[in-house]
Design a protein around this ligand. Structure first.
Ligand code: RB5
Length: 152
C-alpha cells in the first residue's frame, strides 16, 4: 500500500493527528514531517518543503497530505516543487477531480475550514483513486511543460 507523507503547521496539529490515525487504521504507511506542537512555529512553507522532498526522493511513489489553517499556503508552497501538483479540497467532488483530472499528488486541508469527519471522507476518496491516461493526460502534460519552462 502507498506511503503517505503528512505535515502541518501549528494551526493544524489536531486535524493532522486525526488524519494520521485514520490512514494508519486503513493500513497506509504514514511519514510525519511535523510539526507536532502548538509551540512549534515553523513556517508552513518549510513543512511543505520537507514533504515535497520526501515525495521527490521516492520518485513520486509517495503522496502527500498537507494541512495548515486554510490549506492555501501549503498548496502554494508545495506547487513550487518540481513534479508536485497540490490542491486544496474541502469537498469530495474536488478530491475526486484532483486525482482523476489533475493527477494531484498532494491533498491540502485547512483545519480552520473543515471538520474532521468530512476531511476523513475526502481523504479516503482521494487515496483510493489513481490517475489513468485519457483526455486529461495532455492537460496535465501542459502543466508539466509550463513547469519545465518556468521552474528553474
Ligand atoms: C497560520 O500561520 C496560517 O496563516 C497558516 O496556517 C495557513 O493558513 C496559511 O495558508
Amino acid at each position: 500500500m502507498r506511503t503517505i507523507v503528512i505535515g502541518c503547521d501549528n494551526a493544524a496539529v489536531r486535524l493532522k493527528k486525526i488524519m494520521m490515525d485514520f490512514m494508519l487504521e486503513k493500513g497506509y504507511t504514514v511519514e510525519n514531517v511535523g510539526c507536532d506542537s502548538d509551540e512549534d512555529s515553523t513556517f508552513y512553507p518549510y513543512i511543505a518543503q520537507k514533504a515535497c522532498e520526501r515525495i521527490i526522493e521516492s520518485n513520486y511513489e509517495k503522496r502527500g497530505v498537507l494541512i495548515c489553517g486554510t490549506g492555501l499556503g501549503m498548496a502554494m508552497a508545495a506547487n513550487k516543487f518540481k513534479g508536485i501538483r497540490a490542491g486544496v479540497c474541502h469537498d469530495i467532488f474536488s478530491a475526486e477531480r484532483l486525482q482523476l483530472s489533475n493527477d494531484g499528488n498532494i491533498l491540502c486541508f485547512g483545519e480552520r475550514v473543515i471538520g474532521a469527519e468530512l476531511a476523513k471522507r475526502i481523504l479516503e476518496c482521494w487515496l483510493k483513486l489513481d490517475f489513468v491516461d485519457g483526455p486529461s493526460t495532455p492537460k496535465v502534460d501542459a502543466i508539466k511543460e509550463l513547469e519545465a519552462a518556468n521552474l528553474k
